[in-house]
Design a protein around this ligand. Structure first.
Ligand code: SF4
Ligand code: SF4
Length: 158
């Protein structure tokens, strides 16, 4: 969930739904280094304790209750918030939601923080600006989470 987005575009309700479910939190090398340092663990220990490999990509493990390993029910939020993965910083401004208003509408079913009244164009404008400001655009399709790649190519095509 992003910081510093106007509440008329996005207003997180802290429902925790984006932290529930298996497999979506893909990490790149920068995420791994930041999380390991935050947890005061060696990178190898962090990878062994907190992650697993899936189709060649590193992802955060899921706890037995189905939530992300880092979800803290006591605070209704992320236990590693200052160091959270880039893909978590970027939600709900994933590429699909930026380029496709139908995906944006579907995302509203999963995330009550997305303000429908804002309209898709304003959401996409704010999202692109947010991703750039926070250095969340990725160009390495092989290593980066897919949801964060390619918006520059989309911009070039517009
Ligand atoms: S699903 Fe949306 S509203 Fe709920 S915690 Fe995640 S970002 Fe916030
Ligand atoms: S790392 Fe934090 S914000 Fe991301 S899914 Fe896990 S608990 Fe949620």
């Amino acid at each position: 969930m992003p910081d510093s987005i106007p509440p008329e575009i996005f207003d997180c309700r802290r429902c925790g739904d984006c932290c529930l479910g298996e497999g979506g939190i893909i990490l790149d090398e920068r995420d791994v280094a930041r999380l390991a340092a935050h947890l005061n663990q060696a990178v190898a220990d962090f990878l062994m304790r907190c992650t697993e490999l899936c189709s060649g990509r590193t992802r955060v493990r899921t706890a037995p209750d189905g939530y992300c390993l880092f979800y803290d029910h006591a605070i209704h939020g992320c236990a590693v918030h200052p160091a959270r993965p880039d893909i978590c910083r970027a939600w709900p401004f994933f590429r699909g939601n930026l380029v496709d208003k139908y995906s944006w509408r579907l995302a509203q079913d999963a995330c009550p923080g997305i303000v429908a009244a804002a309209g898709h164009a304003a959401f996409a404008r704010a999202g692109r600006e947010y991703l750039r400001r926070h250095n969340l655009v990725r160009r390495d399709d092989a290593a980066a989470p897919c949801a964060l790649t390619s918006i520059d190519r989309d911009d070039a095509a517009e």
